[in-house]
Each structure stands twice: as C-alpha cells, then as structure tokens.
Design a binder for this molecule. Structure first.
Ligand code: SF4
Length: 347
C-alpha cells in the first residue's frame, strides 16, 4: 500500500548557501521556523486519523537537513521514535545537499528511521553548478548517492534543467549520470525565476534566458522518456503549486501547476502524431489511469492533427506506457518507451 506522506517544510534551515535560483521561503510556503516536538506529534496523530489503513511516511522537505546541528536533527527525529516503534509511522524521508552527507551520517539517520534521502543534485555539469552558486560538485553528488545506497537506503536525485550555462545535452547527461550513480528515483524541477533571487537580477539585465514553458515541456518529455527506458521512476515534474508560488512570485521560466501532466501528455501526443496519419479517425485504447494524459488538457492530443483520432477508450489490459491504435485496416499496440525515438535536437 502506498504510504501517505506527512510533510514538514524546514525551509532554508541549516543551509549556509545562497543558490542563484533559491528563495526557499517562496518555494516551500513556510516561514523557516522548525516544528516543535509537540507540533510533530500533533500532526502525526491528526494524519493517522485521516489516512485510514495506509502507512504513514514523515518527510522533511526543503532546506538542508544534514547541515542542521546534530542536536537539531535529533530534535526533529527523536519525537518520531515512539511512532516508529509502535508502527504508527513506517519510515522517514529527508532532503539535503550532496556535500553534507557521508557514510557515517547515513548510518546515523538510518538508525533513527530514515529510509529515503533525496539529494539536490540539480546538475552533473560542474560549470553549471558553479554558475548557479551551488557550492558543490558533480563528484559530491555521486559520492552522496553511493553513500545512501550502500547504506541500504533509497536515494532520490533532484534535477533542475535550465540553470545558467545548461543545455539540453547537459541536462540529459546529468540525468544519465545520476541513474548510473544508482539513484532509485528522480524529481525534475525545470528552473523558474523567482522574484528576489540572484537569478531574477540576471534575468532583468538580460544575462540569463530561462527555458520557456513550451521548451521545458519538450525537454522534460525527453528526460522522462529516458528515465522510463532505464526503469527509474520520476516521482514529480515541476514545483508544487501552493500559496507561496504564483504568477506574482514567478517572473519567468518553465512552470505550470500541472506540468507533469503536460509532459506525460506530450509523450503520448508525439507517439500518436508519429504512428497515426491525419484523417485516420482511429480509436485509441490506453490504461485507465492514463486516459487524461492521452486525451491531453483541453483535448489537445485529439485536436493536434486533423482527424487522426476519433475517440480514446480505457483498456485495463494495457500497460500504462502503451497505446493501442485501432483502425478499419489494423490494430497495433505501441509504447511511448520503445516506439518513440526522440533526438536531443528536437528540444
Ligand atoms: S542549497 Fe538548497 S536551501 Fe540552500 S540556497 Fe541552495 S537551494 Fe536554497
């Protein structure tokens, strides 16, 4: 059963860096105050009552968990221990920077119930990391991922296509390198320009050109498909829409509240465009969970080329990545993983 996440945003706490794109207060919608033991206990009890039988996973998002003092890390993890012992919560997840992690810290976290560590890799190109003020290297990220996985924990890698100095080739290489390093899952957050950041100042004077939403969707579709080919889940595409992230705080860049759906829809639309000629009037079948992705927002996929698709129907026998195309002459099943060959030059 998929766990229910009990989120705590620790917003910029513990982080001595100022990455050019970062305004943690805006991204998390939190004010940077750490939760007290009582607040942690209360929230877990509240979520326990609403999660029915599903297991709970506590997640500390944002900031840099392992850059907090050990006392502070303990103050956040200690209130969880009774809940872990009595089975109220199943696991703990944290996120941190790659240069604040070693085998000893992974062991320490593991002994306190942490089962997943997400690493803010952002890019595996050292020139991009330097231009973005990250203060760590690609080698730090490989080391961090390997410490996590050899410590028996799950490693997540967060990537940010579109940073200063980045290119589609570099983004794709970053994705391939974190997969090779052993990442178990990915999050892809295309770069956005937030008000009040160093990136906003570079953007204002024309020194930085962000990815447009359209180009970002094309790039993310390519990245998602490469991850799918490697069997690595991408659990999130695009920053979460919340009260702190809106048209006022986002000055430019690739952002949409349903970016993940737009990217998945792009994969199906590109496949359909390649295998179904205009005017065919085909009936498409897809996995029920993928119906809205295949149809696309505002039925974009069906309208994108004239008369190719007459209707889209669910078929639970199909895999999520498959689409069955039925015409008067034939019925063929295609896959967005194996039957769609993107070139980096299309981005
Ligand atoms: S390391 Fe994370 S929290 Fe710190 S400035 Fe960079 S993005 Fe923000």
């Amino acid at each position: 059963m998929k766990p229910v996440t009990v989120p705590f945003f620790i917003s910029h706490q513990g982080c001595p860096h100022t990455c050019v794109f970062c305004d943690q207060r805006t991204i998390s919608g939190a004010d940077g105050i750490l939760p007290t033991a009582e607040q942690i206990r209360d929230r877990i009890s509240l979520w326990r009552t609403t999660a029915a039988e599903r297991p709970l996973e506590v997640a500390f998002f944002g900031g840099t968990f392992t850059a907090l003092s050990e006392d502070t890390q303990s103050a956040l993890l200690d209130p969880l221990q009774p809940f872990l012992r009595n089975g109220t919560i199943a696991a703990v997840r944290i996120s941190t920077r790659p240069d604040y992690l070693d085998a000893g810290r992974v062991r320490w976290l593991s002994q306190r119930g942490v089962r997943t560590i997400e690493v803010g890799v952002q890019s595996m190109d050292n020139a991009v990391l330097a231009a973005s003020g990250r203060g760590h290297t690609a080698e730090d990220s490989v080391h961090a991922i390997q410490c996590i996985t050899s410590g028996g924990l799950k490693a997540g890698a967060q990537l940010m296509p579109g940073l200063p100095g980045d290119s589609p080739e570099s983004s794709l290489s970053s994705l391939e390198q974190v997969i090779s390093a052993g990442a178990d899952f990915l999050r892809i957050y295309p770069t956005v320009v937030l008000r009040g950041t160093a990136l906003a100042r570079s953007y204002a004077v024309g020194e930085f050109t962000p990815l447009s939403t359209e180009r970002g969707i094309s790039l993310c579709a390519l990245l998602l498909q490469r991850a799918m080919r490697s069997g690595i889940p991408v659990i999130r595409i695009g920053l979460q829409a919340d009260a702190g992230l809106d048209a006022d705080s986002i000055l430019a860049g690739c952002w949409h509240p349903a970016l993940g759906q737009l990217v998945r829809s792009r994969l199906y639309a590109d496949l359909i465009r390649r295998v179904v000629p205009d005017g065919t009037g085909a009936t498409l079948y897809c996995h029920p969970a993928r119906l809205s992705d295949v149809i696309g927002m505002k039925r974009d996929s069906m309208k994108s080329h004239a008369g190719a698709v007459a209707r889209v129907l669910p078929d639970a026998a199909l895999a999520p990545e498959e689409v069955k195309v039925e015409t008067q002459a034939m019925t063929v099943t295609y896959s967005i993983i194996t039957d769609l060959n993107y070139s980096i030059h299309e981005v």
